[in-house]
Write a protein that binds this ligand. Structure first.
Ligand code: G3I
Length: 317
């Protein structure tokens, strides 16, 4: 029977995909699902392309990229500029605007050139906003102001004319000050300067029962699309308190369906990526103690009710 990616493509999307991480690639059952393009037509390295201290280390990223090439899966490349996990020297160096611009451009040019022709999309800038809609404080903002956004997107555009260039963030999946800021202080800000931005990634890390409704997600996606950019669901998961019970799993099914269903209703929502598909490899328990079961496959590789719920939504489109 048809699986997630096959159904998503039949419904007009480019892909249904998943994040994956290098240490996970020794689990043969996991790999057999990851490799199955009927299930996943797109991969995102969840950590493998993040910068490592002071060096360009392409090995972890290339393992995931090569897997995608071998399987003919679309690759979303993640990410170029982020406040988190910065190489230590970025925060300890005393920068001038000129020296930081050079370092930023050099980093982006190296990375994007290295992966050129392999990345369907790049998350160029990740999580540059606070929930109140102000620019998030980071070294780049301190030294360069919001201009760093222009420098980053312009450098990425120059290094790969074909890759779709995205701004990626969480809590911008519904109307509010942060989504508005993503439109005005990121998308509009770049467009006004004549700098290319092709898409907005809606991370979609949701909490069971508190997921925005399908209608709200559709309306929000359209608010970006009206600006002339694509949207994508880039990091979908729905966490719950452990242990999972029947009621939470039923609610989780509705929550997954709201997100996937919203993307189906918006032609320029290009695809859906889950932030890994197997509960033991989820980032949730490490960050939200007591929470988990956020993915589509249980530890024994049986599927969550949400998996079947997502299939139903994809089928009925
Ligand atoms: O590689 C080291 C390892 O050497 C060390 O022994 C171990 C001990 O803590 O840490 C390992 O690094 C961890 C890394 O993942 C690789 O596994 C970091 O501690 C851990 O903080 C890091 O977490 C990742 C997080 O981003 C921070 O980069 C998660 O796996 C990853 O899922 C998460 O992904 C982010 C997206 O990039 C952006 N959006 C939100 C999303 C979830 O936080």
């Amino acid at each position: 029977s048809a699986q997630l990616n096959e159904l998503a493509k039949a419904a007009g999307k480019l892909y249904f995909g998943t994040a994956t991480d290098n240490p996970e690639l020794s689990n043969s059952t996991y790999i057999s699902i990851l490799d199955d393009t009927r299930e996943f037509g797109q991969l995102t390295p969840s950590n493998g392309m993040k910068p490592s201290p002071g060096v360009f280390n392409y090995t972890p990223g290339s393992i995931v990229a090569n897997l995608a090439t071998k399987n003919r899966q679309i690759l979303r490349c993640h990410n170029l500029v982020w406040y988190s996990q910065l190489a230590p020297w970025v925060t300890t160096t005393t920068w001038t605007a000129a020296s930081l611009t050079r370092a930023l451009v050099q980093h982006i040019t190296h990375e994007v050139s290295h992966w050129r022709s392999q990345c369907y999309a790049w998350d160029v800038v990740n999580e540059a906003l606070n929930d109140d809609g102000s620019y998030r404080n980071n070294t780049f903002l301190q030294i360069l102001g919001p201009e760093y956004l222009k420098i980053a997107f312009a450098a990425a555009a120059a290094a790969d004319p074909a890759a779709r260039l995205y701004y990626n963030d969480y809590n911008i999946e519904y109307a509010g000050p942060k989504a508005r800021a993503a439109r005005e202080k990121i998308v509009g800000f770049l467009q006004d300067a004549g700098i290319r931005i092709d898409g907005v990634g809606l991370e979609s890390h949701f909490l069971v029962g508190e997921t925005p409704s399908l209608e709200d997600q559709v309306e929000n996606m359209q608010s970006f699309v009206r600006m002339g950019v694509d949207v994508a669901i880039t990091e979908l998961d729905v966490r719950m308190l452990n242990p999972p019970d029947e009621a939470s799993l039923a609610q989780q099914t509705k929550d997954y369906q709201a997100a996937v269903g919203a993307c189906l209703q918006v032609p320029r929502c290009v695809g859906i990526t889950v932030w890994d598909f197997y509960d033991p490899f989820s980032w949730i328990p490490g960050t939200f103690p007591g929470y988990g079961s956020a993915d589509l496959y249980f530890p024994d590789f049986t599927k969550h009710p949400a998996y079947y719920g997502v299939m139903d939504v994809l089928k009925n489109d």
